[in-house]
Design a protein around this ligand. Structure first.
Ligand code: XMP
Length: 333
């Protein structure tokens, strides 16, 4: 039986009891797989990797070494938050690596979304290999791969045109020296959250909106430049701040800004002002396979638009993407 295929009779994890049973089973499986070896975990701070961290800490304690790589494509304040929660509050064995320059140098001039994903995925593995070689006896790499990632890869293997290669699956080099530990690979996102709560993670962490592995790299559309990336980070922080203040953050599954590589003519301080457009995306879904657009009340939209065009250098327009999935995917790349 292919362990990457979810059995048809697998019960959907919707309750605490089902989550507890899943956790108990995975704890056993992980202990059996890992023995007394050490596991390296890519801890992005998103829901998936946080739940994997909590599950592995439960299963193997200090044998888990968590590495947080700042690839320069994190949201504003995000790496700081990961350090605060995991190192200071959960006392995890956490290594922080600032690899921003490496990633941004490699991505320079690369505009194809799949190439960007592959570069980011492969560089992630390089960074982990380097960290592993500094440590004694790391044999396994844990990942927060979930079932939608696997489904897209299966489609690709069957010769159907995959929508996009999520880097957890698509970017791994052939000669990967680690064996993988992927305890969430048969779960949908809503199930991962139920498991996270059962593991005792803070509510805010478990219900944090998902963030793709390649981060702002697939929202700074086309070839990434540092100035447009910085504008994106600031605009995104404003959107999140306003969604927090008006309660939409609790209600909307995923919301973010994307910035295309185009400029339009605008006016500021009575002078011509060429700038990028910031695109607001706010969608609801249960499993990320399809999505509907959230209605943002006009007063909230106006506030967001005003703040972005006045507070963020380089942005002169704000657009609101009203396209459901299908036909639009959630991300623009
Ligand atoms: P799409 O854009 O395919 O996104 O509708 C569905 C969900 O997957 C996330 N996403 C990714 N996650 N690596 C990831 O780990 C990726 O390359 C990637 N691309 C999209 C997206 O944010 C949404 O939640």
């Amino acid at each position: 039986m292919n362990s990457n295929i979810r059995p048809e009779n697998m019960t959907r994890i919707t309750t605490r009891a089902l989550a507890d049973a899943f956790i108990a089973e995975q704890v056993e499986l992980v202990r059996r797989q890992v023995g007394d070896k050490k596991v390296l975990l890519a801890l992005s701070g998103g829901v998936d990797s946080s739940v994997v961290a909590a599950l592995l800490i439960k299963a193997i304690g200090r044998q888990l070494v968590s590495v947080h790589v700042n690839h320069g494509l994190m949201r504003k304040g995000e790496s700081e938050a990961v350090i605060e929660v995991f190192r200071n509050q959960l006392d995890a064995n956490l290594i922080y690596v600032d690899a921003s320059d490496r990633f941004l140098d490699l991505l320079k001039g690369v505009s194809d979304p799949e190439k960007k994903r592959k570069i980011i995925g492969a560089e992630f593995i390089n960074v982990f290999s380097e960290e592993a070689s500094k440590l004694e006896g790391i044999s396994f790499l844990a990942q927060g791969t979930i079932y939608p990632d696997i489904l897209e890869s299966i489609k690709q293997a069957e010769g159907k045109k995959a929508v996009k290669s999520h880097h957890n699956v698509g970017g791994l080099p052939e000669d990967l020296q680690f064996e993988l530990v992927e305890p969430l690979k048969l779960l949908f996102k809503d199930e991962v959250r139920v498991v996270g709560e059962a593991l005792g993670l803070p509510h805010g962490m478990v219900y944090r909106q998902p963030f793709p592995g390649p981060g702002l790299g697939v929202r700074c559309l086309g070839a990434i430049t540092r100035d447009r990336l910085e504008a994106l980070r600031e605009a995104d922080a404003i959107l999140r701040d306003e969604f927090d203040k008006c309660g939409l953050a609790e209600k909307v599954w995923q919301y973010f800004i994307a910035i295309p590589d185009i400029k339009s003519v605008g006016v500021k301080d009575e002078s011509r002002y060429e700038g990028w457009p910031a695109i607001i995306r706010a969608v609801n879904t249960t499993d990320a396979m399809s999505a509907t657009v959230e209605e943002i009340p006009y007063p909230v939209l106006h506030k967001i638009v005003n703040r972005i065009v006045t507070e963020v250098d380089g942005i002169n327009r704000v657009l609101y993407d009203l396209t459901p999935k299908p036909t639009g995917t959630i991300e623009w790349e």
